[in-house]
Design a protein around this ligand. Structure first.
Ligand code: FES
Length: 260
């Protein structure tokens, strides 16, 4: 939200006035007039099924919609709200808080360059500037600085559509930019997931990495009302005694006896 300010910088009185309680409450999107792509609906429902309170699935549901639409557009938020039976405003409050959910149109290829302390000391800020300059003319790619991505041991590093690469040397920046632009695997020899680990069962050179596939060029998702085929469960068979957990308070119907 843009806070209205005077020329000298102070906030204009009234910018934080309370909501108008005389207005009609926000409404939920009508499923009859809000078509949702079947795959997206299925994924959101899978996330909702994991939690006793469906609101807990807001972040993965928004992330799923972002993968489909490229960003958390009004249409994307409307579709998530329709499936989750929440208001778009509730979801927008979540989306606008979290850094990896975009509430404005951006390139759907995401290059995050870490500029936190370890990476900065090793040239992270210069790396960010160079990658931004190299990829400035590609509207499909967003290059941005990021706080610690948790891979300080490969500083300076970047996340290319979720693939961690580092340490990135000066002489590799142009090649990395070309690989990003052409949808190629980024610096294969510098990927974190290919580094041998002290754990003999993890990340050894015998482990065959999955082939890199950049996010596909986005096309408008086609809504469908076809029935969604059941998803194969990724979990094992239920254990004896498994039962759904208790509902969170918001889901519980009021109990008149509580007031008695
Ligand atoms: S400081 Fe860059 S990954 Fe931690």
């Amino acid at each position: 939200m843009t806070v209205p300010r005077f020329g000298h910088g102070s906030r204009v009185p009234g910018w934080d006035d309370a909501v108008d309680l005389t207005k009609d409450p926000a409404t939920l999107p009508d499923p009859a007039t809000t078509p949702v792509p079947a795959d997206l609906r299925a994924e959101i429902e899978r996330h909702m099924a994991k939690y006793p309170d469906r609101r807990s699935a807001a972040i993965p549901a928004l992330a799923a919609a972002q993968r489909v639409h490229g960003w958390c557009s009004p249409e994307a938020v409307e579709q998530v709200a329709c499936v989750m039976r929440l208001t778009p405003a509730y979801l927008l409050a979540v989306a606008s808080f979290y850094d990896m959910l975009d509430t404005r149109p951006v390139g759907h290829r995401r290059v995050y360059v870490c500029t936190n302390i370890s990476c900065s000391l090793c040239g992270g800020r210069e790396l960010l500037g160079r990658l931004q300059a190299e990829l400035a003319d590609d509207p499909d790619v967003q290059v941005r600085g990021f706080e610690c991505l948790g891979a300080c041991d490969i500083a300076p590093m970047a996340s290319i559509d979720g693939v961690y690469v580092g340490p990135i040397e000066d002489g590799e920046v142009a090649e990395l930019a070309r690989q990003v632009r052409d949808g190629e695997e980024p610096l294969p020899d510098k990927q974190l997931l290919r580094r041998p680990s002290a754990d003999p069962h993890a990340n050894t050179r015998e482990w065959t990495p999955q082939s890199f596939a950049p996010p596909a060029k986005l096309e408008r998702a086609t809504p469908s009302n076809d029935p969604v085929p059941p998803e194969p469960s990724s979990f094992g068979a239920p254990m004896e005694g498994d039962a759904a957990g208790p509902s969170a308070p918001i889901e519980q119907a009021p109990n008149p006896e509580d007031d008695a």
